[in-house]
Ligand binder design. Structure first.
Ligand SMILES: *[C@@H]1O[C@H](CO)[C@@H](O)[C@H](O)[C@H]1NC(C)=O
Ligand SMILES: *[C@@H]1O[C@H](CO)[C@@H](O)[C@H](O)[C@H]1NC(C)=O
Ligand SMILES: *[C@@H]1O[C@H](CO)[C@@H](O)[C@H](O)[C@H]1NC(C)=O
Ligand SMILES: *[C@@H]1O[C@H](CO)[C@@H](O)[C@H](O)[C@H]1NC(C)=O
Ligand SMILES: *[C@@H]1O[C@H](CO)[C@@H](O)[C@H](O)[C@H]1NC(C)=O
Length: 403
């Protein structure tokens, strides 16, 4: 797949050569962005438990039915749909999934009936000016595989079900009947494991919608790179391999990707994004805290807790920790640069030492939200979605910052 990667390549090289110089400058700066939640940001929506899905075997890890929250659109938004996929990591072994099956990330038995709708899901035009009157759906995450699993056999010892892909299908079918079949506009989005699920299920989502609908996907904090730990090991790659094996995910990943490489590698956005045909917007931090905490410095590699305070707040990192974090950022950009350029793609890459949050007004659209080219994430995504302007921009700030 030949492509031109010129500009970003130069950019990454420049960053590498200047990064030590600029690091000193970065240490001297305290960038304070407070995350003030708007007082209006308090919408809670009743749950829909999809009991009928159990007939198709579309169930959470513990066998309970899947669930979602739906807030109906109105006015000009009545034929427009936003589907937001919740995040919450993954489970990669029977015991790990067993643990998860007893909490809200693996079961709908103990769920709060009311789901919080903020940011991209909020219903007022002040906080969410472009999507506030759309039909807005928040899908609960209870499978531990980013909605990709499908194993027919139930785990004999603990009665665990690996059915994430069936859950996705069953919920889409239900909201299709409830009006999504008439959609003129549709967005699939999600944060973290839900952001990854967005990328992995994007073309599948598109195929469910009317041909002439404008369908796009927005992945927030879901661009997990196949990076190495501080000791140079490929822990995340091994973890993704265990997830894909345990959940039988391979057959539900884009087949153009799985036929080109070892299927579990298609769980990495860097490998699968080139095969996603539906327009995709990627929101991520180059210094994503989840990735620093779990890909670069997993808990077990830090028995002395030397990274504990640094993981909590960038201000608490030592000089050498900052260099390691900055090198991770360079690696992240090199990986991102490896994607072929695409005119339909959008991206908004920040330098914030944080992990996503389009469901929070503070991150999505407020006076204190991160801005690039003076646009908030809401403005960048909406301009791209409605084709008023493309948006492909990376924060040039040369190290992780507090925002
Ligand atoms: C939420 O929906 C359930 C049915 O799914 C209904 O029994 C319950 O009364 C609703 N609660 C509220 C607060 O609307
Ligand atoms: C079980 O899950 C909880 C979070 O839900 C976590 O804090 C705990 O470490 C897990 N235990 C094991 C043994 O994985
Ligand atoms: C948002 O929804 C809540 C709950 O249904 C309602 O009370 C409120 O008036 C709505 N806000 C707007 C701006 O429509
Ligand atoms: C970490 O940084 C924050 C913000 O600068 C500060 O308030 C806090 O005391 C620091 N904690 C430690 C343990 O250094
Ligand atoms: C940035 O945007 C804000 C609000 O959208 C506006 O008030 C401000 O003037 C803009 N700043 C610049 C430098 O364009």
């Amino acid at each position: 797949m030949p492509c031109v990667k010129f500009t970003l390549y130069l950019f990454v090289c420049c960053r590498m050569t200047t990064f030590l110089l600029t690091l000193v400058a970065c240490l001297g700066q305290a960038v304070l962005c407070t995350t003030v939640l708007s007082a209006a940001d308090d919408l809670y929506v009743n749950i829909t438990i999809l009991q009928s899905a159990t007939a198709e075997g579309a169930v959470c890890l513990d066998g309970s039915p899947p669930a979602y929250h739906l807030d109906r659109g109105h006015g000009s938004g009545v034929r427009s749909w936003i589907i937001y996929l919740d995040g919450g990591g993954w489970c990669d072994s029977i015991l790990d999934c067993l643990n998860r099956s007893t909490d809200v990330f693996g079961s709908t038995k103990h769920l709060n009936r009311l789901g919080f709708f903020g940011g991209i899901l909020y219903n007022s035009s002040e906080v969410n000016p472009e999507f506030y009157n759309w039909n807005r759906v928040r899908v609960k995450y209870c499978d531990g595989s980013s909605f990709t699993g499908d194993v027919e056999q139930v785990d004999p010892e603990y009665k665990l079900f690996f059915r994430g892909a069936r859950i996705f299908k069953a919920i889409m079918k239900d909201i299709w009947i409830k009006g999504m079949k008439y959609a003129e506009n549709a967005v699939l989005c999600g944060t973290s494991a839900g952001g990854l699920a967005t990328i992995l299920n994007c073309d599948k989502f598109k195929s469910l919608l009317p041909n002439d609908a404008r369908v796009k996907c927005v992945a927030d904090a879901g661009f997990f790179i196949n990076g190495k730990t501080i000791f140079g090991n490929s822990d995340i790659q091994e973890m993704y391999q265990r997830i894909v094996n345990l959940h039988g995910s391979a057959k539900n990943l884009p087949s153009a990707c799985t036929s080109a490489m070892e299927p579990s590698l298609c769980f990495f956005p860097q490998n699968v994004v080139p095969y996603v045909q539906t327009p995709l917007f990627i929101i991520n931090s180059v210094y994503d805290t989840w990735q620093i905490k779990n890909i670069l410095v997993p808990e077990n590699l830090d028995p002395q807790h030397a990274w504990k305070d640094c993981k909590k707040h960038i201000n608490n990192c030592t000089f050498s920790q900052r260099i390691i974090i900055q090198a991770f950022g360079v690696e992240f950009l090199k990986t991102f640069e490896g994607l072929c350029p695409s005119f339909t793609r959008g991206y908004f890459l920040t330098s914030c030492y944080s992990h996503g949050g389009i469901r929070s007004a503070a991150y999505w659209f407020s006076a204190s939200s991160p801005r690039l080219l003076n646009k908030t994430i809401n403005e960048a995504v909406a301009d791209w979605y409605f084709e008023r302007a493309g948006f492909q921009y990376i924060d040039l700030y040369p190290c992780a910052r507090d925002c």
